[in-house]
Design a protein around this ligand. Structure first.
Ligand code: ATP
Ligand code: MG
Length: 749
């Protein structure tokens, strides 16, 4: 759970504290008329997340009151989505249709109270009688029917004696209400349709406004969380429960902003259109914003949940940039998945001076990733590289293989081009090159300078695979319908080549194909004969880069003009800094890279180092937090100095504060320009490492969560994080995480 509570959690906490409810009960109430999309993921994350955070429970309820559009296959898809995201619903899946009898009885009660009536006006007249925002409406003459007549008609409606539209049941509320929704809203309508669960038992079906509040009440829901468009329906929600005089506690409705993402459509109706028209290949097409689509594409549940968390819960609708979702998956996979080589567009290279074969050792993970594992890379006289990695007449800034410029084969040798062979049309069909025997990766004594390392596969020992590259399904930011489709959203490559370990060892289902992006073994079409990989996301956000105007780029950046996502080599000064950072100061490569390539940052870092000899912790805060500030500002307009950053890190080093608190203090420094030590003292943020203080807090958390204790003891060690998190939360992030971790572990043994 994020540090700052959202407004829904604030409400829930207040209600619990006030004793309004004993336990939080939420529900996720989709209509089973389509596959759930990422907007539903947000609703799932909120409803199930709140129930989890406050030890309550969350129901999964199919809101199946519309017989024409609903289907079991959608019920299954909804269950799948919730489970895949890692949540459990309480008990069985519920269905509004299971409450049809109860709802009918409640309707009869309202009729008997004179609070509901059968109306028989036509649609048009009804609209006229409703009035306008500035003009009160009028009741139809049928509102004068007696209770007996209403009861009789309603029963016959139910029995199917009337045609659709002949009668409706309306609540008798107020035809001049300022909230138009309160002008005698519909409660039931006649539908001669077969219901996928209730069969033909009913000729009338309840409306959302009547069914939803009562279903919530029947299930003991406490917080009925829905999207903003239901704001005006809240009055009806409360009216129904109050008018029926139902025994408290009642559920209350709270609204949040629905999620919208650019370059996509998000209503089930429009998604259904795309599926039915064959524009996409089914509900799980990786181009759709459905949960099944993201799942098939290779997104992880974690990345979706992190995304939902990162966008927060708001009270005003807004559009989220697709790039933010893509960031979440990239961020999740970056340190998780093996990095392997795949050549999408093979070009043969013959190494004229190489004989025999060998197997090269290659780690699956880069050095800064704390995962282990490696594979053998077969290497011989013939290899394939990507066609894009060779250019005969390269533009300036091209760092890969050219007739003049050698290149490194990743994990292998440096090669130099000797001859370019073309067919009759002038298309390059082969490169003859020489390898440098003393340039083997990790033991390079050749002294040859190269500007990049490229992926390759062995000429014989490789596997041909299908690769599916996806682009945005829509060509414009706020698409309306199929007209706005991007006709190039899927590109299939039939004969890409991967190194053998990918398909033989199968170290994972997801991979980083070096320099290409993240890929996922398609869960449906993949076979050992023909492996299929879906591109999940590229290595960087290629769109936002293109959008940047050249004007906004500083001179230093312009110098680094590059050809399609190449890693830019460092200049000499940068390289010298990088070497010092990694070799002498032992910074990890990524942090060193960020600092070395940015003059402002490296100067700031060196100044802070003069104050405090704590290279790693200083580097982390400078490369992450200070870097963010320096992006927009100049050093002398910053609200803090290098000296103050050193002071902050000093407190971190001597464990006065936790790293979580350090972030908080930094934010405060940015805003107020105060000294870190003053901030810590004024706000009482000193880290708690005292066992006597922490121990009872842990006991309390353990006592409050018997279910999780049991699960932990039964072997679900992942819950350690839950307990530690709860304790940290209880101390406002001030408890020393290491101490908490150790102590929790001991207590749960
Ligand atoms: P759609 O218009 O896409 O069909 P819906 O609101 O009709 O969506 P339901 O199945 O009725 O879909 O919704 C189930 C739950 O998911 C509701 O509580 C709804 O408010 C929520 N929900 C639907 N779309 C979004 C969204 N884009 N962002 C957040 N929550 C959503
Ligand atoms: Mg709907």
């Amino acid at each position: 759970m994020s540090e700052h509570k959202d407004f829904l959690r604030t409400i829930v906490e207040k209600d619990l504290k006030a004793g309004k409810y004993e336990e939080v009960v939420t529900r996720f109430p989709p209509e089973p008329n389509g596959f759930p999309h990422i907007g539903h993921a947000k609703s799932i994350a909120i409803n199930f997340g709140i129930a989890r955070d406050y030890n309550g429970h969350c129901n999964l309820r199919m809101d199946d009151t519309n017989p024409t559009t609903e289907d079991t296959k959608y019920v299954e898809a909804l269950k799948d989505a919730v489970e895949w995201l890692g949540f459990d619903w309480e008990g069985d899946v519920r269905f509004t249709s299971d409450y049809f009898s109860k709802l009918y009885d409640y309707a009869i009660e309202l009729i008997k109270m004179g609070k509901a009536y059968v109306d028989s006006v036509g649609e048009e007249e009804m609209r006229e009688l409703r009035g306008t925002v500035t003009e009160a409406g009028k009741r139809s003459k049928y509102a004068e029917r007696s209770v007996e007549e209403n009861l009789d008609l309603f029963e016959r409606m139910k029995n199917g004696e009337f045609k659709e539209g002949e009668h409706i049941l309306r609540a008798k509320i107020d035809m001049s209400a300022a909230n138009m929704k309160m002008r005698d809203p519909l409660m039931y309508r006649i539908r001669h349709e077969h219901h996928f669960r209730a069969g033909d038992a009913w000729a009338i079906y309840p409306m959302y406004d009547f069914a939803h509040c009562l279903s919530d009440y029947i299930e003991g829901v406490t917080h009925s969380i829905c999207t903003l468009e239901f704001e005006n329906n809240r009055d009806i929600y409360n009216w129904v429960l109050d008018t029926l005089g139902l025994e408290p506690p009642h559920p209350y409705q709270h609204e949040f902003a629905r999620l919208g993402i650019n370059y996509t459509v998000m209503s089930k109706r429009k998604l259904l259109e795309l599926v039915e028209s064959g524009v996409v290949n089914g509900w799980d097409d990786p181009r759709l914003p459905t949960i099944a689509g993201y799942r098939r594409k290779g997104y992880t549940p974690e990345s979706i949940l992190n995304f939902c968390d990162s966008i927060g819960i708001a009270k005003a609708n807004s559009m989220v940039d697709l790039a933010q979702l893509e960031f979440s998956i990239r961020d999740d996979l970056n340190k998780k998945v093996p990095r392997v080589m795949c050549v999408l567009d093979p070009l043969k290279v013959t190494l004229t001076n190489y004989e025999g074969t060998e197997e090269l050792d290659a780690s699956y993970y880069p050095e800064d990733v704390p995962k282990e594992g490696s594979r053998k890379l077969p290497f011989s006289k013939e290899i394939y590289i990507d066609r894009a990695d060779f250019m005969e007449e390269p533009p300036k800034g091209y760092f890969r293989l050219t007739p003049e410029q050698p290149v490194r084969l990743k994990h292998a040798y440096i090669i130099t081009c000797k001859e370019v062979i073309k067919d009759a049309n002038g298309t390059i069909v082969e490169i003859k090159a020489e390898y440098h025997p003393d340039s083997k990766s990790g033991q390079d004594t050749s002294g040859i300078k190269v500007k990049s390392a490229i992926q390759w596969v062995d000429g014989k020992a490789h596997k041909e695979v299908e690769v599916r590259l996806y682009d945005r399904l829509f060509a414009c930011e706020a698409p309306e319908d199929i007209e706005d489709i991007n006709t190039d959203s899927l590109k299939v490559i039939n004969n890409a080549l991967v190194e053998p370990a990918v398909v033989n060892e199968k170290p994972d289902e997801r991979f980083q194909f070096e320099r290409e992006g993240y890929f996922y073994a398609d869960p449906v079409d993949y076979t050992d004969e023909k492996p299929v990989f879906n591109k999940i996301v590229g290595l960087k956000d290629s769109y936002s880069k293109k959008k940047k105007s050249p004007k906004s780029e500083s001179k230093a950046q312009v110098k680094k003009v590059q050809v399609d996502g190449e890693v830019v080599p460092m200049n000499e000064a940068e390289q010298a800094l990088f070497d010092r950072y990694t070799n002498t100061l032992k910074l990890n490569g990524m942090v060193a890279d960020i600092l070395a390539r940015d003059e402002k940052l490296s100067a700031f870092y060196d100044e802070a180092l003069n104050e405090l000899d704590s290279p790693v912790n200083l580097a982390n805060i400078v490369a992450n937090d200070v870097a963010r500030e320096l992006k927009e500002k100049d050093v002398n307009t910053l609200n803090f100095s290098a000296k103050q950053i050193a002071e902050l890190v000093k407190m971190l080093d001597d464990e006065t504060i936790s790293s979580k608190i350090a972030k908080q203090v930094f934010e405060e420094m940015v805003k107020s320009g105060e000294n870190p030590r003053d901030i810590v003292e004024a706000k009482g943020l000193i880290q708690i490492s005292d066992l006597a203080v922490i121990s009872p807090i842990i006991d309390e958390v353990i006592a409050k969560n018997p279910d999780n204790v049991e699960k932990f003891k039964a072997g679900n060690t992942k819950l350690l994080g839950f307990f530690v998190g709860q304790v940290l939360k209880a101390t406002g992030g001030k408890a020393n995480p290491q101490v908490v971790n150790q102590l929790v572990n001991e207590k749960l043994k």
